[in-house]
Design a protein around this ligand. Structure first.
Ligand code: PEP
Ligand code: MN
Length: 450
């Protein structure tokens, strides 16, 4: 039985068009844009409403300390890098981190990629100047190209369609990997193949061996392993480009309510979360679980006003606050937010993004971060929640499954010089595979203590 939508609810999905909207491209050809958005509106949804509902229930569990969110992936995905190897390596990294956390902290881990749609980037400046030439800034593959030429940098609406199709093929592979046997815990050793010399990999091998032993023990007892063979893996991206999110928003026939079917989870970035702006209005009207990034200038009153807009009835799992304060600020700034929200009583899921408050430029000019700062912010996040008796619900990490050299430090001790070896990101620096595993091992200790 299908429920028809309320016409006012449908009309409300376009209310954002009359509001101030930040970080959108200046499309040169409105007719070409309209053709593309009509086409997108006719294409199948990328995810289903029921999956978003299942995720909302899991995020509600995370808000109570009964699960932990692990959200990770590139700062900006690119079309060229949506290859089988890259996607597999990223999934493998997140699965390995999840195994370490699940086993180490005895807590279900919600696995979510910044994947299959993370193509639009907010920029601090709308233009970029090189050698006296000024062009539009690169805003992500969904909008324009990275090459510094007028052709590449001109926003091209055809890229929305390419983003849709690349997201669809990425999701197809994610679904195949996570339900077709690759993600089975019975194969926990295989995800580590090819990585054996570093301490993080050795520790992973030890855990994998313990899990194997436990599985063999349970098999001998006659246990059934269906729950170990597949994993739920959710997609997420910043809900930045409203010309993309709007046509992918669909009415759920079960309830007559709108869901943004471009991803299971979308978040509103630090730069587009103004209360009276288009993004907050738009995402207040869809049913998906929603995140909002909160930087070091956000106040308790901002947080309450966001709850009023995005989760007025206080439904658990609907709203996640992703704090990104910086290692030097989290211990001072997070408590006032958490205290005010806790006093309000409507539940939120607290997640730590230890990446975006810790950007630095290396002596040789690379945009980078220190692994030690990332870990210090995570530790501060756990300390604040422990002191207040509230729940650290998860982590939001920029990572890749490959051996890039973009973040300083870690047990490989990547230094300024080594940044030159394999610095591949187009926007922000990512933890490499090994640094990601190291982070997971350190987070286990924090989870056990909290
Ligand atoms: C990001 O997540 O890549 C990002 C731009 O974050 P923020 O909105 O927190 O700056
Ligand atoms: Mn980023």
């Amino acid at each position: 039985m299908s429920v028809a939508p309320d016409p006012e609810v449908v009309a409300g999905l376009d209310a954002w068009r009359g509001l101030p909207v930040g970080q959108q491209p200046a499309w040169p050809d409105q007719a070409a844009l309209a053709q593309v958005t009509d086409r997108l509106a006719a294409l199948p949804p990328l995810v289903f409403a029921g999956e978003a509902d299942a995720l909302r229930a899991q995020l509600a569990a995370a808000s109570r300390g009964e699960a932990f969110l692990l959200q990770g992936g590139d700062c900006a995905e690119t079309f060229a890098e949506a290859t089988a190897d890259n996607i597999r390596n990223k999934i493998k990294t997140i699965l390995q981190m999840a195994v370490v956390l699940t086993y180490g902290a005895s807590l279900p881990v919600i696995k979510m990629g910044r994947m299959a749609g993370q193509y639009a980037k907010p920029r601090s400046s709308g233009t970029e100047t090189r050698d006296g030439v000024t062009l539009p800034a690169f805003r992500g593959d969904i909008i324009n190209g990275f090459d510094f030429t007028p052709e590449a940098r001109t926003p091209d609406p055809q890229r929305l369609l390419e983003a849709y199709h690349t997201s669809a093929s990425t999701l197809n592979l994610i679904r195949a990997f996570t339900t077709g046997g690759f993600a089975s815990l019975l194969r926990v050793h295989e995800w580590n193949r090819g990585f054996t010399t570093n301490p993080a990999y050795k520790r992973y091998e030890e855990i994998a061996a313990e899990i194997d032993r436990a599985i063999r023990f349970m098999a001998a007892c006659g246990a059934d392993f269906d729950a170990l063979r597949t994993v739920d893996f959710y997609s997420s991206h910043e809900g930045l480009l409203l010309d993309y999110e709007r046509p992918l928003t669909r009415i759920d026939s079960r309830t007559g309510l709108p869901y943004d079917c471009s991803a299971h989870f979308v978040w509103i970035g630090e730069r587009t979360r103004e209360l009276t702006g288009a993004h907050i209005d738009y995402f207040s009207r869809v049913q998906n679980p929603i995140g909002v990034k909160l930087g070091p200038t956000s106040t308790g009153d901002d947080a309450i006003a966001l709850i009023d807009k995005l989760n007025p009835t206080g439904e658990a799992g609907r709203l996640t606050f992703v704090t990104r304060m910086g290692a030097g600020k989290i211990r001072d700034h997070l408590p006032q937010l958490v205290e005010k929200v806790t006093a309000d009583g409507r539940p939120v899921t607290w997640v730590c993004d230890p990446m975006h408050g810790n950007g630095i430029t290396s002596a040789n000019g690379y945009k980078t971060r220190r692994f030690s700062d990332v870990m210090d912010e995570v530790a501060g996040f756990f300390e604040v929640h422990r002191a207040l008796g509230t729940v650290p619900g998860g982590l939001h990490i920029e990572l890749t499954g490959d051996d890039v050299t973009e973040v300083l430090g870690g047990s490989e001790e990547i230094d300024d010089e080594r940044l030159t070896e394999r610095y591949e990101t187009l926007v922000d620096p990512r933890l490499n595979h090994q640094q990601s595993l190291e982070l997971a091992f350190q987070v286990v200790e924090l989870l056990r203590a909290s």
